[in-house]
Design a protein around this ligand. Structure first.
Ligand SMILES: Nc1ccn([C@@H]2O[C@H](COP(=O)(O)O)[C@@H](O)[C@H]2O)c(=O)n1
Ligand SMILES: [Mg+2]
Length: 322
């Protein structure tokens, strides 16, 4: 956003060519010149101007595992808890089979889907009421799903922590499970903030989800407005957004229009049918990529440039993983 308007940056001998970035080979990019320019903006701006906003389910977690094992969503982790009443499980399964196909339907528009998503989350909240529940049940299951994180997720979180870049995990899933998985994986660093749907209790019993309800297609400034995170990162105008759903692309909307946003989309379901929409929505589309290699490659470039400046401008070391 905005790169080709006023803030033109000057190409120089340090200019990184998109074709030289190995991590991007195999990715689908509709506007390579624009992506190249944003990446160079990021490199010149340094870590101080960066922030990352990422979806959780099937973005921080994998869309498929090598051994074909099932990847539970954050709601799936909750639903697998043993103490939940039988009628709760039957109801949530029924809802899933009605609404999940709508969520990923490549032929239905986002606007059409919104009303169904509101119905889904509202009904889910209603059935998640009136029985006792202990968080330790989620923790037990989450500990078994640490392996479902994308390859090199630990390294990505370490990179962000080392470079002091804030990460907002913005999830329409269940926040209790998201936080639990990140804690069990030892990556819930102080620079990580989770905005999601959290369980609410009344008189010791579950009472649905806390407000505001976050569903697949309202993950944007409407739910972040007034949130502590919004102020925290307002000055960070270089933003990497990552998601697996088309609605994830709006997660940074509402930041000043002069910001530079690079949107990375992980595409797995209905690849052919979804490709055009994903390419029009995300700057970089990664097909069946179960790693964090692309965001890490971008951070590596930013960190190398910072080190170079610190060392008085000596030439950068060979770009290792790119
Ligand atoms: N009752 C529900 C409602 C939603 N889901 C799934 O959760 C996903 C949202 O999580 P993100 O971290 O990806 O924002 C969404 O894709 C729904 O499929 C569910 O399983 N149960
Ligand atoms: Mg997702």
């Amino acid at each position: 956003m905005g790169y080709d308007e006023k803030n033109e940056i000057q190409e120089n001998e340090n200019w990184i060519r998109i074709g030289d970035l190995k991590a991007l080979h195999g990715s689908r990019i509709l506007h390579p010149t624009r992506v190249e320019r944003i990446i160079n903006e990021f490199i010149q701006g340094g870590p101080e101007r960066m922030q990352m906003v990422s979806d959780f389910d099937f973005t921080i977690t994998k869309q498929r595992t090598d051994d074909g094992g099932k990847v539970l969503s954050s709601f799936g982790i909750f639903n697998a808890c043993k103490s939940l009443p039988d009628n709760f499980k039957a109801e949530t399964d029924k809802l899933y089979h009605i609404y999940r196909p709508i969520e990923i339907d490549p032929h239905m528009s986002k606007d059409e889907k919104v009303k169904y998503m509101i119905e889904w989350w509202t009904k889910s909240s209603e059935v998640t009421s009136g029985f006792p529940f202990d968080q330790t049940e989620i923790d037990d299951i989450a500990s078994k799903f640490k392996h479902a994180l994308r390859d090199r997720t630990h390294e990505l979180f370490e990179d962000l922590q080392r470079m002091q870049i804030p990460l907002l995990v913005f999830s329409a899933g269940l926040g209790n499970s998201v936080v639990s998985v990140l804690k069990q994986a030892d990556i819930m660093y102080p620079n990580v903030k989770v905005v999601s749907n959290f369980l609410q209790y009344r008189d010791g019993l579950l009472d649905g989800f806390q407000q505001p309800m976050i569903h697949t297609f309202n993950k944007n400034e409407t739910v972040l407005d007034g949130h502590e995170y919004y102020d925290l990162v307002h000055s960070r105008d270089h933003i990497i957004v990552m998601g697996d759903s088309l609605g994830d692309a709006d997660m940074a909307s509402g930041v000043p229009s002069s910001s530079h946003i690079l949107k990375i989309g992980f595409l797995f379901d209905h690849v052919e049918a979804n490709m055009e929409k994903y390419m029009n929505t995300f700057d970089i589309v990664l097909v069946d990529d179960q790693t964090m290699d692309v965001p890490r490659a971008l951070l590596e470039l930013i960190e190398k440039q910072k080190l170079k400046l610190k060392n008085g401008g000596s030439p950068p070391a060979q770009l290792s993983s790119l």
